[in-house]
Design a protein around this ligand. Structure first.
Ligand SMILES: NC(=O)c1ccc[n+]([C@@H]2O[C@H](COP(=O)([O-])OP(=O)(O)OC[C@H]3O[C@@H](n4cnc5c(N)ncnc54)[C@H](O)[C@@H]3O)[C@@H](O)[C@H]2O)c1
Length: 335
């Protein structure tokens, strides 16, 4: 992997004062990009920039309310005024809103969330693209931070989901519009990522998010930032119009109960038919032996739940005397 192609590129990152936007700004700067950080909070945004500059990288802060299209235009103008060009625009600033059925949202909620998550993103793409064209960038890119909610509707999040579906729609259309002109347009779709979007959520709520995710953990903002860096680089010039999840398989599909036939693969033990019930039950002779010692076991639905457990572990649960268990295992070993 060679990220040298991003060196010297100028990129705007909105919502760069914390969370995913901050991580993207830092990772861009660490790799030699010049970063224009935008957010509403002067203190927080300037401190992110100060930290980047203190490490010898190049960044400026432009205070911007991204729900205001005119301020986004002014942000692009400020980037051109300072660096003389623009190569990329990352529309990351966004707000979450959820937890209620559709009818309980107010019309004011619609305006609030659409002005930032949708209109703000449109303005970033519009003014960003114009500036990238004028800069004659030969590696121009637009990156929108959408969400898994833009791929898979989330109950209780009618407005948020609508904005994120819209962002992915605009991403795909713009990708086609600019494909011939060398500007790539992609969306990053974070899953549960540890940022302030979760506010002061209780530990119990956080552990729900961890359990809900197939990977069993929440994401780190830098895991989204690494994808942004790749999309900004010349290695990703042929990737455009994509909405890429960074979500530990959260949006891959509906989660259902799965148990392993060979958990030894994880523990590093040698694979053995004796070590798992599933492997034994798949062998007709093995199934016959087990059925002799444990009548009805092969037809028991719970056997499926027991996949991955060894007979030794199951013996006490099944109430099987140790000598009977050993006799069965010995017979199975002869297979
Ligand atoms: N954290 C997650 O689990 C998650 C999941 C899916 C999608 N996302 C998306 O990722 C993006 C970043 O979210 P985050 O989790 O880092 O949130 P965050 O709240 O930690 O950061 C949001 C950033 O946006 C800025 N911002 C908010 N309103 C703004 C405005 N009007 N003008 C300018 N800046 C503004 C904030 O100052 C902050 O820098 C959002 O678009 C969000 O929808 C996050």
């Amino acid at each position: 992997m060679d990220f040298s192609s991003v060196q010297g590129k100028v990129a705007i990152v909105t919502g760069a004062s914390r969370g995913i936007g901050k991580a993207i700004a830092e990772v861009f700067a660490e790799n030699g990009m010049k970063v224009v950080c935008a957010a509403r909070s002067l203190d927080q945004g300037q401190s992110v920039v100060n930290n980047i500059v203190s490490k010898g990288a190049d960044a400026i802060f432009v205070q911007t309310d991204c729900s205001n299209a005119q301020q986004i235009k002014a942000l692009v103008d400020a980037a051109i005024a300072h660096y003389g060009r623009l190569d990329g625009f990352v529309s990351n600033a966004g707000m979450g809103m959820g937890g209620t059925p559709l009818h309980e949202y107010e019309m004011a909620d619609y305006n609030r969330i659409f002005s930032l998550n949708s209109e703000g993103v449109f303005a970033g793409m519009k003014y960003g693209a114009e500036a990238i064209f004028k800069s004659k960038s030969d590696g121009g890119f637009l990156i929108n931070v959408a969400s898994v909610a833009g791929l898979m509707p989330q109950s209780g999040q009618a407005l948020y989901t609508a904005t994120k579906f819209g962002v992915i729609g605009m991403t795909r259309v713009a990708a086609m519009d600019y494909a011939k002109y060398g500007i790539t347009v992609n969306a990053i779709c974070p899953g549960y990522t540890r940022t302030s979007i979760f506010g002061d959520a209780a530990d119990a709520a956080m552990s729900f998010f961890e359990k809900d995710c197939p990977s069993g953990r929440m994401g780190d903002p830098r895991e989204c930032a690494y994808l942004a860096l790749f999309l900004a680089s010349d290695m990703a010039r042929y990737i455009s119009g994509a909405a890429i999840p960074v979500d530990g398989a959260l949006s891959a599909g509906h989660k259902s109960v799965t148990t392993w036939k060979h958990p030894e693969l994880i523990t590093g033990e040698a694979l053995s038919s004796r070590s798992t019930i599933a492997a034994i039950m798949e062998d007709s002779k093995g199934a016959a032996i087990v059925n002799r010692y444990l009548p009805g076991f092969a037809d028991n639905e719970q056997v499926k739940q027991a996949y991955g457990m060894t007979f030794q572990a199951l013996a006490p649960m099944l109430g099987l005397p140790e000598n009977v268990m050993n006799a069965m295992l010995e017979e199975l070993d002869q297979l």
